[in-house]
Design a protein around this ligand. Structure first.
Ligand SMILES: [Zn+2]
Length: 447
């Protein structure tokens, strides 16, 4: 077994100031290239009145307009491409988002992209404990989505053996067999598949303590710490979180190191910003906001300032305890479509729900009403109560309202003005949408 600590030591441990200098050079080059070679970007930047020469510092990225999913979709199929099939050194592989809510977003990869992709994924596999000669069972889909191919190329680049299992449910029993029979040392899959297969193995009486399995990488959906504990117990492994997006050939964007305190985001390849989803302005370092990504090393497809709608936070230590120098993002918390910014803090309806669920007095329904008075945000919270008698008992009403406000403040940082209301008096969206933001939040500032 190799005792090297890093797969790509020079890049993974490059001092932060050097990484920033590299990011600026690469940002300038990619914006220049997008403007000069791609009509979509030329039109976008002309309309915004911004030129590549306006980018003189990393902060200047804020002058560039965001890419929204809908604008990127409108450029389908080749609008975002730097190179098309048939061009010199053109794309050799294409992947695409699922397109379940509209047109797919395609990403065209040249040989240069594939090589970089393999390197980034090998860094992540190495970082989570894999070494040459190990066996990776890859239970992500091998298809238009990127999970399967990304880790596959990574395993090949680090001389490990990949089992291209894929994510098909008909393979679940075979996953368990292969871990035992082949001596699989590491695996990657979604946490929900992990829980299912781990439970199935237990039913079959398989004890992974008797196998060579040591590590698991889990991603593609948000998962709480409790799920991690469960996966570690079921498989007798150390479990790591990783996150990537198909639009950027993720995986190979972010992954946890041994500290498991945030995921390193590879700064040589990606520039990640964290913005207030309402204003588009940068959040202070370490504060919750929406992640915006720029692909600095892209060769086949241009992705500059793409809004992910994913909520997390970003911070950048000089050097992590693991020795790496790349910034970190926290585990993905949710989608910004469901969040509202109040007095500069992001509030999720799910957080309010978590605070209220402890109170026996409440039903399931509440409504957040945000407004602005004298330039200050107001935060009113209407909460349905099961028992109408509380509404006429002013002492009890006041006490419960105050306790609820405190509970919400503890979780969100914002103290609401609570008003208790009768059951079934608040609007309720139909069917499965009853918990969506639109039913939970009324933002009067937007009118
Ligand atoms: Zn680290």
């Amino acid at each position: 077994m190799s005792d090297r600590k890093f797969f790509n030591e020079e890049m993974e441990t490059l001092p932060k100031d050097k990484l920033k200098t590299m990011q600026l050079e690469r940002l300038k080059a990619i914006v220049e290239r997008a403007y000069s070679q791609n009509q979509f970007y030329r039109d976008l930047y002309d309309e915004a009145g911004v030129k590549p020469s306006d980018i003189r510092a990393l902060e200047d990225i804020q002058k560039l307009p965001f890419l929204e999913k809908k604008t990127v979709r409108a450029a389908y199929p080749y609008g975002m491409a730097f190179k098309k099939p048939g061009d010199k050194d053109g794309p050799v592989e294409v992947h695409a988002t699922s397109g379940t809510t509209g047109k797919s977003v395609p990403v065209f990869a040249t040989k240069k992209d594939i090589d970089y992709w393999a390197d980034l994924n090998a860094r992540e596999l190495w970082m989570t404990g894999m070494r040459p000669g190990d066996i990776l069972m890859n239970c992500y889909g091998y298809g238009m989505a990127t999970g399967g191919f990304g880790f596959h190329y990574g395993a090949m680049a680090m001389d490990a053996m990949a089992i291209p299992m894929g994510s098909d449910a008909r393979q679940y029993d075979r996953m368990i067999d292969f871990i035992v029979d082949f001596g699989v040392t590491s695996m990657c899959m979604t946490p929900s598949v992990g829980l299912y297969v781990g439970g199935k193995a237990r039913e079959r009486g398989v004890d992974f303590k008797d196998t060579k399995l040591k590590f698991g990488l889990f991603g593609a959906e948000p998962w709480p710490w409790e799920t991690r504990m469960k996966l570690e117990e079921l498989f007798n492994i150390t479990a790591y979180d990783e996150f990537g997006m198909t639009e950027f050939l993720g995986p190979g964007m972010t992954c946890e190191c041994e500290t498991r305190d945030g995921m390193h985001a590879w700064a040589d390849a990606f520039l990640v910003e964290c913005i207030n989803p309402d204003t588009g302005e940068w959040m202070p370092e370490g504060k919750d906001g929406e992640l915006v990504w720029t692909w600095l090393t892209a060769d086949g497809t241009a992705m500059i300032r793409y809004r992910s709608r994913d909520l997390s936070r970003v911070w950048w230590e000089d050097r992590c305890a693991c020795g790496r120098t790349h910034p970190k993002i926290a585990a993905i918390k949710g989608r910004s479509d469901d969040a509202v910014s109040i007095r500069g803090l992001i509030v999720f309806p799910s957080q309010v729900e978590a605070a209220l669920v402890k109170f026996p007095e409440t039903g399931a329904n509440f409504r957040i009403i945000v407004d602005r008075k004298n330039d200050l945000d107001t935060f009113d919270l209407k909460v349905e109560v099961k028992d109408a008698s509380i509404l006429s008992d002013s002492a009890r009403n006041a006490a419960v309202s105050r306790e609820m406000a405190e509970a919400v403040k503890t979780i969100t940082g914002n103290s609401p003005k609570v008003e208790l209301v009768a059951a079934d008096s608040l609007p309720r969206a139909s069917g499965g949408e009853s918990k969506t933001a639109s039913a939970r939040v009324e933002d009067r500032r937007k009118k």
